[in-house]
Ligand binder design. Structure first.
Ligand code: ADP
Ligand code: MG
Length: 689
């Protein structure tokens, strides 16, 4: 059977259904067969009606005497009926599910799962789910597994676009006989794990859609997880190979240049900074492009590492671009980098929306007079031309999408790919480094420079602000420190109960009439934002109320307090980033996570209160949310993992071995057309050219 065949070739799928499925991205047989149940219903413990006891129950029987009538106010449709088995009968009731009246065929047996209870003086089964009990012999199941099929375990699918859960069940159920013909996907070579055998894939998919018990579900999912890992790791390896075929301009290391730069710094590099710098400087010497990720917690000193790398490139006669996610950040980078590099006669320039005389500047970029250009990502999409761009540094992004890379390639000298250095304060857990990010080289700065104080973090209930928060704010401002105050929304919004930037600023002006309070948000004009940020940097503002535009990179060492309103509404990585805006100078700093409501704070907030390590928090985040959530939304082209298997290190190392052996075997990927097309989606996400 061809898994890549059109969905319409399956039994019972006509033009209309096919169209609806396609709209939801389910186009091929494979797409449908990999539409996995979100959960299962266990009908295995069916009891006889005569033995029913109040509580959650499952019964098996036939249903009749169905009718629907309306409650007093006509808003409530009550559908009633009688379920019988060979021992007794019981009344069944559904509310506002009038379709139940036409759901059942006379003479057929169904499984019902619901609550058996006493209501208005009568016992009844309330709002059960119902599923057809198929008595016919299940030949396929018998072929794959000779034991008797119990059929007590039923899949529940998620609705998707206009397709309802039960429709998925029906559609996939109709194709049941085809499952035995599902071909293998993974290369059958000697280093594969023993569970990757001839019918492994067919069995796994069958077990996940038509299991008899939880155990079958789990073994099926484990195989599918393995398959997914194999694909991810293979894609990463192929990307790496592809990268190795590209040519880049070698930027030779000269010890005297690096020494010269380091000698101008007011501090000595940490061991982590030294190691990372060395990795990068060596990569730059090569004729294959660097593709390296530099990860280090907020404040670990990535900027100076980037500066040293840029200096090596510039001394080799090349140009460097540094891209930041926002113009505020770009401006800050421009300032700190020119502070480091200007004494060394490097020409740095900032190109953002607010830059004056852009045309003139672009001329200098094109002529090569500008050695280091700092800007937002707009630089790579606009008409900026370079003379000799050989290194591109990307701040606060894990990796570049395909489209972005393509554009960069166009801006570089003929047929030369620029070296890429991505920097991030949101570290990638080890398991993901081996899989999704397997094509990247990674350098880590594990420590902060000496003498940094730990930021004290505290969760505060909204109603406790007056007693626990305001006095602290007053104390810090009186000492000369400054405060960030983060709110989720800009203006009040009827739908949200969160406090807005504007309202919070007004409120604080009343509470602290003597303090200078200002506000900032992303909808302001860039020039206005920059001006407000500058005022804060120059200490003309005590408390800056803002949205998350100050999230990444902003550096005001005198700020010692970060208050985050409605903290439950932010992600873990984002909260950690926000917190990193304080504790950047010699002062003891504080972070207050304000939450509304009386419930216990979420695990997210509690972890944040306990730990200031970005590495620990990234691992926790991966556990809480899974990789799809985190990295899917981060990248262009969602990372749509069916099964979050990325923390299973045993499975990962088995797949790595299997992939390695496959690549070494020199069997062409063309021999596995389905595998080839299925890894393409991962390659698109990560490919280098
Ligand atoms: P991040 O990794 O968050 O980008 P930065 O590069 O902005 O961190 O560095 C944070 C601060 O630490 C800067 O003020 C920088 O000058 C300072 N710094 C960097 N490296 C060191 C070091 N080895 N010792 C002391 N201070 C350092
Ligand atoms: Mg930074």
């Amino acid at each position: 059977m061809n898994m890549e065949a059109d969905i319409e070739t399956l039994p019972g799928i006509g033009e209309k259904t096919a169209e609806a499925l396609r709209k939801g991205g389910i186009k091929t047989v494979r797409d449908l067969f990999y539409y996995l149940p979100r959960d299962y219903e266990n009908f295995q413990n069916a009891v006889k009606i005569a033995d029913l006891k109040p509580g959650k129950v499952v019964i098996k029987g036939q249903i009749d005497d169905l009718n629907t009538h309306y409650g007093k106010n006509r808003h409530l449709a009550i559908t009633e009926g009688i379920i019988r088995d060979e021992t007794a009968s019981v009344r069944v009731v559904w509310f506002n599910q009038s379709y139940r009246k036409n759901q059942f065929q006379p003479g057929k047996t169904y499984l019902f799962s619901g609550t058996f209870e006493l209501k208005y003086g009568r016992y009844q089964l309330t709002s059960p789910s119902a599923t057809l009990y198929e008595e016919e012999k299940d030949d396929l199941k018998n072929a794959l597994r000779p034991e008797k099929d119990e059929q007590g375990f039923q899949p529940i699918y998620k609705a998707h676009q206009s397709i309802k859960p039960d429709q998925f069940k029906k559609l996939i159920g109709r194709s049941k006989p085809l499952f035995a013909k599902i071909p293998d996907l993974l290369p059958d070579i000697k280093s594969k794990p023993s569970f990757v055998n001839k019918t492994a894939r067919a069995t796994a998919l069958y077990d996940v859609h038509f299991p008899r018990d939880q155990k079958e579900v789990e073994t099926g999912r484990r195989y599918l997880a393995y398959e997914e890992l194999f694909e991810l790791i293979l894609a990463a390896n192929l990307n790496r190979k592809e990268n190795e075929r590209l040519k880049s301009q070698p930027l030779p290391f000269k010890a005297e240049n690096t020494k010269e730069l380091i000698s101008t710094l007011p501090f000595t590099l940490t061991p982590g900074q030294k190691r990372a710098t060395w990795d990068i400087l060596q990569d730059l010497e090569k004729t294959t492009p660097m593709n390296r990720l530099l990860q280090g917690d907020v404040g670990s000193g990535k900027t100076v590492v980037a500066a040293i790398a840029a200096y090596q490139a510039i001394k080799a006669g090349a140009q460097v671009a540094l891209l930041a996610p926002t113009s505020i950040l770009a401006a800050q980078h421009a300032e700190s980098l020119s502070k480091i590099l200007k004494p060394l006669k490097v020409n740095t320039a900032l190109l953002i929306g607010a830059t004056k005389n852009k045309a003139e500047l672009k001329k200098h970029i094109k002529s090569g007079e500008v050695n280091l250009l700092i800007g937002t990502h707009a630089i790579i999409t606009d008409d900026t031309e370079f003379h000799n761009l050989a290194l591109c540094i990307i701040d606060e992004q894990h990796r570049f999408g395909v489209a972005q890379r393509q554009k960069l390639l166009l801006k570089s000298p003929k047929n030369m790919a620029p070296h890429l250095l991505a920097m991030t304060a949101t570290p990638i857990p080890r398991s993901l480094q081996l899989t999704i990010f397997g094509d990247l080289s990674v350098s880590t700065i594990p420590e902060l420079p000496k003498g940094r104080q730990k930021i004290e973090t505290k969760i505060i209930r909204e109603i406790d602000q007056r007693d626990m928060l305001y006095p602290k704010i007053a104390e810090e401002v009186k000492k000369g420190r400054q405060v960030y105050w983060i709110c989720k929304s800009i203006e009040d919004n009827a739908k949200e109960e969160t406090i807005s930037v504007k309202k919070q600023a007004e409120k604080l002006s009343k509470i602290f009439p003597k303090f200078k309070i200002d506000f900032l948000h992303g909808r302001m004009k860039p020039a206005e934002k920059d001006e407000k940020m500058q005022k804060f940097e120059q200490k003309k503002t005590d408390i800056l109320v803002s949205t998350t535009v100050v999230e990444v990179g902003v550096n005001v060492p005198n700020a010692s307090v970060m208050v985050i309103m409605d903290a439950e509404g932010f992600g873990l990585a984002q909260l950690h980033q926000l917190r990193g805006r304080v504790g950047r100078g010699q002062y003891q700093s504080f972070c207050f996570l304000v939450k509304s409501g009386e419930e216990r704070p979420s695990r997210r907030l509690r972890e944040l209160e306990k730990s200031t390590s970005g590495f620990h928090l990234a691992e926790v985040d991966l556990k809480i949310r899974g990789p799809g959530e985190i990295y899917g939304s981060l990248q262009s082209g969602a990372l749509d993992l069916r099964i979050a298997s990325l923390s299973d290190t045993e499975l990962i190392s088995a797949a790595q071995k299997h992939v390695k052996n496959f690549l070494e075997s020199d069997i062409p990927l063309e021999n596995y057309p389905e595998l080839k097309s299925s890894i393409q989606k991962y390659q698109q996400l990560t490919t280098l050219n």
